[in-house]
Design a protein around this ligand. Structure first.
Ligand code: ADP
Ligand code: MG
Length: 348
């Protein structure tokens, strides 16, 4: 009897394990490839004083968005914004994008015009040019993939790997809102499915949360602020998967640990209230909820005066030695290890 070929389920490796597994043996042939897989964007040498950064992100119907509550124009805008966010995470400025779509015959020209109205709005807002893409069919649903190209002076480009013990951990903006916005939309969808006569119960108080999930913004304003105030973070990442996952990425890439102060993690008041209404702990939402697209970065403690009074900037912790692990110091005075799922109540 012939041997059955080996079949490993991709879930056994997880997303990052799978990426490592598939890309580990590639190496680089080009001297211009300064940084490949493993950061928010790759870094490419131009031969001049500036370097290019390149990043791709794909959004898939039914996985990343649901047309029950995602307007096409918002989707087009978001597909660009999330890619621009990865360029920001390198401390670079976005300049060009390509947009590729796969679509079923469910989508009309008018629907695609709406999608591209959102893409255009984002191009205008972020000052980027649409320079290409690809269009093809899919058997079911819509897929949109965007590649963004940015640029920055070589000395300003920020990787995930430069954090040192003693550096301060900083966060732009507030966390948790996008996840709560998504929970609200999911709740209203379920209500609608069980009774289509019911009108959505979404009011002025929930509007900022809905905006966080439906129309996220990349923090290009922070990149400008860093340049103006002569700030170069030691490490940076954008917060697409929740604070826990992102601080773990920085710590792993930099070979360090960190301690995050629960009381200093920025969570907007409306998010705090909504979390409690859903019976969720606000810090858990900030750690594990995704899609806020704020920036998480570290700076040398000698630079603290440069960031202390900047608007929308919060110092939430400190980088430690790797041996200390990645930890949360709770407002109750306890210390818990931070795990990719958030934080573990049962250890520490
Ligand atoms: P981000 O959350 O910043 O968009 P990801 O977690 O999607 O980054 O990806 C992590 C790294 O792995 C990036 O450098 C990305 O370019 C790379 N990567 C992801 N998927 C693949 C793939 N299928 N082949 C090669 N590289 C990939
Ligand atoms: Mg990223």
């Amino acid at each position: 009897m012939a041997d059955t070929p080996k079949r490993t389920d991709v879930n056994q490796l997880g997303e990052f394990g799978l990426i490592d597994h598939l890309t580990k043996d590639f190496g680089h042939r080009q001297l211009t490839t300064l940084l490949g897989v493993g950061d928010d964007a790759a870094i490419i040498d131009t031969g001049g004083p500036e370097q290019l950064v390149v990043s791709t992100d794909m959004l898939v119907e039914g996985i990343h968005f649901d047309f029950a509550y995602t307007p096409l124009k918002h989707l087009g805008y978001k597909a660009v914004a999330v890619n621009v966010s990865d360029i920001c995470a390198m401390n670079a400025r976005p300049q060009q994008i390509t947009v590729s779509i796969a679509l079923s015959n469910r989508f009309s020209v008018e629907a695609l015009e709406e999608l591209y109205a959102g893409v255009r709005l984002a191009c205008e807002f972020y000052g980027v040019d649409l320079v290409g893409g690809d269009t093809t069919s899919s058997t079911r649903g819509l897929i949109i993939s965007v590649t963004a190209i940015g640029r920055a002076p070589a000395g300003r480009i920020t990787r995930r790997s430069g954090a040192k013990p003693g550096d301060l951990v900083c966060i732009t903006g507030h966390l948790g809102g996008a996840y709560l916005g998504l929970q609200l939309l999911e709740r209203e969808k379920q209500v609608f499915l069980s009774n289509p006569e019911m009108q959505p119960k979404l009011d002025g108080e929930t509007a900022p949360l809905l905006e966080r999930i439906l129309k996220p913004e990349a923090r290009t304003d922070m990149i400008d602020l860093f340049a103006k105030n002569d700030i170069v973070p030691t490490a940076m990442i954008d917060i697409s998967d929740g604070l826990a996952s992102e601080i773990l990425h920085i710590c792993k890439a930099s070979g360090v640990g960190a301690i995050i102060e629960e009381g200093n993690v920025p969570i907007a008041q409306e998010a705090q209230l909504q979390a409690l209404e859903f019976n969720l702990d606000p810090i858990t939402v900030a750690l594990s909820g995704g899609e806020d697209y704020e920036l998480l970065f570290t700076i040398d403690p000698g630079e603290v005066e440069k960031v202390r009074f900047l608007p929308d900037l919060f110092i939430a912790g400190e980088i430690t030695e790797a041996s200390e692990g990645v930890q949360l110091h709770t407002t109750g005075g306890n210390i818990h290890p931070i795990t990719a799922q958030g934080w573990n109540h049962f250890e520490g």
